[in-house]
Design a protein around this ligand. Structure first.
Ligand code: HEM
Length: 239
């Protein structure tokens, strides 16, 4: 769901660029792979075997769906850095699908929370959201995801214009930070997973901040002088 930058939309000239036919197959494979976690969960729920794996199937379902939403979010954010590092420009063509899967899993995560954990008892749900800041943060992340999902199609990109669309989709980083806190605070057993997610997200943020700083420096040094000096230029004593 993140937007392409000006350089990202530029036609790719790299030798790793696959043929469109190749990419079509890859997209299908990725689509099926993205559905596997939910298919596995649904199968276990239907067969009633989830109770053999976990003492609390409801919590397990909510957590698994939330965890996948977050994994897809990190994958979506990793596309740009990977594309720049590996020179695989075609990776950008997979980003929209990954972004939509973030929304898909977040929606199922929310549905699982509403149904399994509260049986749609709305006053209880409202109370939970207001009283627990970590749930509030999850809801905020979900609300921020809505405009990104709604504007992920080509028509909306054209309607909003590249720059505005890009600015809007940059909020995915903020969403990721919200989810990170939401996740971190709810970790009960193995903190290693959470630490891994923190490291991945912070690395992605650091890479992006570094590239932005580099770009700003490049633009500043490339700027023409603000005025044309007339007469003799007296150099300023640096001391
Ligand atoms: C829509 C509002 C949201 C609500 C009400 C919500 C609620 C919850 C709850 C109650 C849990 C703990 C599950 C339990 O212990 O039973 C949880 C965990 C989690 N949520 Fe959310 N959440 C929301 C949005 C999101 C979003 C948008 C994401 C990611 C994109 C997300 C990712 C996670 C993750 C990664 C966990 C921890 C999973 C684990 O422990 O492995 N949540 N959420």
């Amino acid at each position: 769901m993140t937007a392409p930058t000006r350089t990202e939309t530029a036609p790719a000239t790299h030798t790793h660029q696959p043929t469109p036919h190749w990419l079509g197959w890859l997209k299908w494979l990725l689509f099926i792979a993205c559905l596997l976690p939910v298919a596995d969960l649904a199968l276990r729920l239907l067969q009633g075997t989830l109770a053999q794996t976990t003492a609390d199937p409801a919590e397990f379902t909510t957590r698994t769906l939330g965890a996948w939403a977050f994994r897809f979010l990190l994958l979506t954010l990793a596309i740009s850095p990977l594309r720049r590092l590996l020179g695989w420009h075609w990776l950008l063509r997979l980003r929209r699908m990954l972004g939509l899967f973030v929304f898909f899993y977040a929606l199922l995560h929310l549905a699982s929370y509403l149904w399994y954990e509260h049986r749609l008892a709305w006053p209880e749900i409202a109370n939970d959201i207001v009283r627990h800041p970590l749930i509030t943060l999850g809801v905020a992340a979900f609300i921020l995801l809505l405009p990104l999902a709604a504007t992920s199609n080509k028509h909306m990109v054209r309607r909003l214009g590249g720059q505005r669309w890009q600015e809007l989709h940059r909020s995915l980083y903020l969403i990721a930070l919200f989810v990170l806190v939401h996740y971190w605070a709810q970790t009960e057993d193995d903190v290693r997973h959470t630490v891994l997610h923190v490291v991945i997200l912070l690395s992605l943020l650091a890479i992006r901040a570094w590239w932005r700083a580099q770009e700003r420096r490049r633009q500043l040094t490339a700027l023409p002088p603000p005025y044309k000096p007339r007469g003799k230029v007296i150099p300023i004593n640096p001391r």
